[in-house]
Design a protein around this ligand. Structure first.
Ligand code: MOS
Length: 759
């Protein structure tokens, strides 16, 4: 029987003593990164490399009538200029691009036709021997357009929305319960408010980049910034009519992605086109401005109505959302879901629409949908608490959901109550005077606010191989991606712990499609998925070692059962009998085995997992200082408590939550891409104009993890921490601004003019 068939058996949970405490292990790839040894997709040295520079459309909607490339071609070193009328033969490419078959989630289909769907759409690629020549020539490509009228203003076209196509269980509005409108009409206490959030762009430090290398025998090696090599490879193979086995995808190091790398970006498609055309290695790197041309967190308008009995019992919850999409694809995210899952409420209605605009199709961005949808819900709860004359935390506890309200399922684990208690205590919430404008420090008004966070806890299919060598070192292999979160380090910890060997003896290999297949890193599910696969492979490997050890002459393990042995300090022994231990190296050597290998195929038990609501939770409390004369807001203190299952690495997990809080502050106060509606273009397309928080914006951040262990989500007990940290932060800040000033700010980002606007 193959290893894989064996793996279909349900997995027994590992013992409670296993990685009993979260360890704070610094990143094993940290030194390579900070010393510049790490090579990213744009930095791979290749002989004879050709550089591609992209020309982007200058109009928001219309047609390309002509491309004048004579001047560009005259630049020394320019090899070719590709555009839709001069594109290499690739019948499969045209087919998939035109139908969108299995490629519908990559709306950017460069050089496919004369149509321009948004400003910044790639319309030509200049290929040259040197980057400088390509860049210079790209500026000399002249394009004649037929301009058509465009629409880019969501608020102006809000009434033209439709329900997104292809909604799934998560992106669809929650199933209605009771009669929310009738209950709202008769309830004694209610709030009804509208909210707005500007579009946001990802802006990872590393720009999107691809280096495509043609090997012999029709094979290609591709270094690309993405969140999943196998997923990228599948799409590429289809689009270019190649076999997957011809393509090796490497995303060795990724300098942040946040959802921008879930699918191939146009740099990769164009680099492939160029390489196949010239039969030479080609690199395409986007500029920072081009990072604003392929997708973003959509601008969104929302309305939340909440009603309660006088004791605070929620009676009605109505959540409507209208987000932007493009004309070529319907983009949907999990916006209204949270109103169905966070609180107990018998009357519920959600509505979610999208408005097609002449902008790039939106894209998943860190906690897609939740970052937007939780904002009005959690500000709404604060407004309701104000209307009730109740403490906002008390209102949340009063409506706490012990079972998941959607589907009435039990939670696989839920320690939100503990998050509230821990964060409230660390923050000093009980000392809060509920009156707005009750605290002042010099020229600043001080306010305290809080909010809840929730995100999904998923697990995906994954494979891993673990090899133990006779010299004692271990290799753990899986095509997992580490987008900067610390996955690589966590996998080493999992293997070291499962085999009872020192961390230094474990070598982790990831980010290469020649390794066992792994899912795309997304939805904060990578540790639960690839970590569990490595753990499963280690368990099988332990069994193999034990069988060999038991068969050795005069073995102290003779006649033992597997459950009776343990792996500690590079040895295998009977539980509690440290004297009679066998070194793993000794077992392999004595058995004449150079290396032992185990493969594991993790297939989530969907039936079992589906019986539970699986989520991570957080509570966020913050303090703001508002300068009323200037309208400026400083977030001087954030206390966050997170329950996300077992924390394998306290250091990297904490870093994820810290980063999430910084993102939340950015969402609250700084980030928002401005659009020039006359031109139909994003205006703030560099880091001088698109503001992200900088060190001076960040003050005291306090992160705690509530102990939790969830063996439904993963055999490691881990859920995920990549996205939860940012959730609730913007709402908590808005609520704190109200507490400081008595003003409700319902539009993000809460820039000074909004803080000062007459209400
Ligand atoms: Mo994340 S938006 O699932 O990469």
């Amino acid at each position: 029987m193959s290893d894989d068939l064996e793996d279909l058996q349900p997995v027994a949970p590992v013992g409670a003593g296993y990685v009993a405490k979260g360890h704070a292990v610094p990143r094993i790839d940290g030194r390579a990164k900070v010393t510049g040894q790490a090579r990213y997709a744009a930095e791979i040295a290749v002989d004879g490399l050709v550089h591609g520079v992209v020309v982007n459309a200058a109009i928001a909607r219309g047609r390309v009538l002509a491309v004048h490339d004579d001047e560009a071609r005259a630049v020394p070193g320019v090899l070719d200029v590709l555009w839709h009328g001069h594109r290499p033969e690739a019948p499969q490419l045209a087919h998939y691009f035109e139908t969108g078959e299995d490629f519908s989630t990559v709306p950017v289909k460069p050089l496919v036709s004369d149509q321009v769907h948004h400003a910044g759409q790639p319309v030509a690629l200049v290929l040259a021997e040197r980057w400088e020549a390509a860049r210079c020539a790209a500026g000399l490509v002249r394009i004649d357009y037929q301009v058509e009228a465009h629409a880019t203003d969501l608020l102006r076209h809000r009434a033209e929305g439709h329900a997104p196509k292809e909604l799934d269980e998560d992106t669809a509005p929650p199933k209605p319960r009771g009669n929310a409108d009738a209950a709202f009409a008769v309830a004694p206490v209610k709030i009804d408010a509208e909210f707005h959030q500007a579009a946001e762009h990802h802006n990872p430090m590393e720009l999107h980049a691809s280096t495509v290398i043609i090997e012999s025998g029709g094979r290609l090696t591709i270094h690309d910034k993405n969140q999943g090599g196998h997923g990228t490879r599948k799409r590429l193979a289809k689009v270019f009519g190649l076999r997957e086995s011809q393509l090796t995808l490497l995303n060795t190091f990724v300098g942040g992605a946040f959802g921008s790398g879930l699918r191939p970006q146009y740099n990769l498609l164009l680099a492939m086109l160029g390489a196949l055309h010239l039969r030479r290695p080609v690199r395409v790197v986007l500029t920072r401005r081009q990072m604003f041309t392929f997708g973003h967190r959509p601008e969104i308008w929302q309305r939340v109505r909440l009603a309660a009995e006088r004791d605070g019992t929620l009676k009605a919850l109505i959540h409507e959302a209208v987000g932007e999409t493009s004309r070529v694809h319907d983009f949907a995210e999990m916006v209204t879901k949270w109103s169905g899952t966070l609180y107990r409420c018998e009357n519920l209605r959600g509505d979610y629409r999208v408005v097609p605009l002449d902008l790039p199709t939106p894209l998943d961005m860190r906690a897609p949908g939740a970052a937007s949808g939780l904002f009005p819900l959690e500000v709404g709860m604060d407004e309701l608490a104000q209307a009730l004359g109740m403490d906002p935390l008390a209102l949340r506890l009063h409506n706490y959901a012990e079972r998941a309200p959607s589907g009435d399922k039990p939670y696989s684990s839920k320690k939100l109550r503990e998050c509230y208690a821990l964060a409230a205590e660390r923050f000093g919430w009980p000392r809060r005077d509920p009156k707005p404008r009750s605290m002042r420090d010099g020229h600043e008004l001080v306010g305290w606010g809080m909010a809840s966070g929730q995100w999904i806890a998923e697990q995906e299919e994954a494979r891993a191989r673990v090899v133990l060598y006779a010299d004692g070192h271990v290799e753990a292999e899986t095509a997992a991606s580490d987008i900067g979160t610390g996955t690589c380090t966590v996998l080493a910890q999992v293997a070291a712990s499962a085999l009872g060997v020192p961390l230094e003896d474990v070598r982790v290999q990831i980010a290469d499609t020649r390794l066992p297949e792994a899912p795309t890193e997304g939805g904060s599910s990578h540790v639960a998925s690839v970590g569990s696969a490595v753990d499963g492979a280690c368990e099988k490997l332990r069994k193999k070692v034990w069988k060999l050890a038991r068969a050795m002459a005069k073995s102290p393990l003779a006649g033992s059962k597997f459950a009776e042995v343990e792996f500690v300090d590079g040895k295998v022994r009977l539980h509690g009998l440290p004297g009679d231990a066998l070194l793993l190296t000794e077992v392999l050597t004595a058995s004449g085995v150079g290396q032992l290998e185990a493969n594991f195929h993790l297939q989530p038990d969907e039936d079992e997992q589906g019986r539970y609501e699986r989520a991570v939770h957080s509570a966020v409390f913050c303090e703001v200082r508002v300068d009323e004369a200037m309208g400026t807001v400083r977030v001087t203190r954030v206390v966050s408590a997170v329950a996300a299952g077992r924390i394998i690495n306290e250091l990297t997990a904490r870093s994820q939550v810290l980063g999430g809080i910084v993102w939340g502050i950015g969402q609250a106060l700084h980030e928002g891409t401005l659009i020039d509606h006359a031109l139909g273009r994003f205006m703030t397309v560099d880091l001088a104009n698109y503001h992200v928080p900088v060190n001076a914006d960040i003050h005291a951040l306090d992160v705690s993890f509530v102990p939790e262990d969830d063996r439904i989500v993963s055999r490691l007990g881990a859920k995920g921490v990549g996205e939860i940290g940012g959730l609730g932060v913007a709402a908590a800040i808005s609520n704190a601004i109200w507490h400081a000033t008595g003003r409700r700010i319902r539009a993000l980002p809460m820039t000074p003019e909004k803080v000062m606007a007459p209400q």
